[in-house]
Unconditional design. Structure first.
Length: 341
């Protein structure tokens, strides 16, 4: 692996260094009765390989030596380590060309948004400073990155040029409002985001969509906790996300207009929660989905086998395939839009 020294840009200081609160929200919830189950029981994963016309799945592996980004083919096989810096590298997101990976670099005293080449080289901190800046997402034209930051005290949505220039605050919500992980829609016109408002119950962060200027905010779910991750289908018609149901993460999918909510996974939650520590919440169940570029599969992390490994399934929750098999915990899934080598 070619790994170049970090090229540091001048610090862009946005404000407060308060500890991350947006992801510490894994309390038990009962999902509304409107949810339609895809299957009454947990799907049994296949042990065979599965070939799809896609690129590489990226993920973060947590182990005692450090927590770094890796890639693996959707069919499994050898894994390639992309990052080796100190701290934690998570929230990997691929540029539309598949040649650059953006991610969150987490250190003891804060975080930054970094980019690297698809082979792990040319690591660059495009956004540095004091605040927590997290969960980057590429615009479809590859020109901008969206992210969440607590620069003003509460977590709001920001965008910036892919090189870290032109940092722009998108949302200006009142105190007590938390926006989590904006994800560009495939047409570049909307963000899917988890949102907690002051009037919402403590552990509710529903899924909303809004225009990329912060306008036309529309709520898609009611009374759910889906703070951990969300992903658009390539055609922009659906959003997959994970929500905490009675303390256990499960994967759901919903139409982009808020109709058709259905539960894809039914993890029984027999594995103890994994607590990475620091800014990361304790996790249990099925979490952090990522839709494949051709729309035929959804990758996600699951602890159904005893620790978190990477799995894929069809968008209806069927044909579950296990991709990784290691004793380490593997989470925070992304999917490259470019066929891997």
């Amino acid at each position: 692996m070619n790994h170049c020294p970090v090229a540091r840009k001048p610090a862009i200081r946005l404000g407060s260094t308060a500890r991350l609160a947006i992801v510490a929200c894994c309390a038990a919830l009962t999902v509304s009765a409107c949810v339609n189950s895809a299957s009454p029981t947990a799907a049994a994963p296949s042990t065979g390989s599965h070939s799809v016309r896609n690129g590489l799945i990226s993920f973060t592996r947590f182990d005692p030596r450090g927590s770094h980004l890796y890639t693996v083919a959707p069919s499994g096989g050898p894994e390639h380590r992309l990052s080796d810096d100190a701290g934690v590298q998570a929230h990997s997101a691929w540029s539309p060309s598949g040649t650059v990976v953006s991610y969150t670099q987490v250190n003891v005293d804060g975080s930054s948004i970094n980019t690297m080449n698809a082979d792990g080289g040319n690591v660059t901190s495009v956004l540095t400073g004091n605040p927590w800046a997290l969960v980057p997402s590429w615009s479809p034209d590859g020109m901008r990155l969206a992210f969440t930051s607590n620069a003003t005290g509460d977590y709001q949505v920001y965008t910036m040029g892919a090189d870290g220039s032109d940092v722009t605050q998108v949302t200006h919500a009142p105190s007590g409002t938390t926006y989590v992980g904006p994800k560009y829609s495939p047409d570049g016109r909307q963000f899917a985001v988890a949102l907690h408002r002051p009037q919402d119950p403590k552990d509710v962060q529903d899924l909303w969509v809004m225009g990329i200027t912060g306008s036309n905010l529309k709520r898609l779910t009611n009374g759910m906790n889906n703070a951990e991750s969300r992903t658009w289908s390539p055609d922009g018609k659906q959003i997959a996300f994970n929500a905490v149901v009675r303390g256990i993460g499960q994967i759901f999918v919903i139409n982009a207009d808020g109709t058709g909510l259905r539960q894809l996974t039914h993890n029984p939650g027999t594995t103890p929660a994994f607590a990475p520590g620091g800014i990361f919440p304790a996790m249990r169940g099925d979490v952090t989905p990522a839709w494949s570029p051709d729309g035929t599969r959804i990758a996600y992390a699951s602890d159904i086998g005893g620790n978190f490994d990477i799995y894929t399934m069809k968008p209806d929750g069927s044909d579950v395939v296990q991709v990784t098999r290691t004793p380490q915990q593997e989470l925070s899934v992304g999917w490259s839009p470019r066929p891997g080598n």
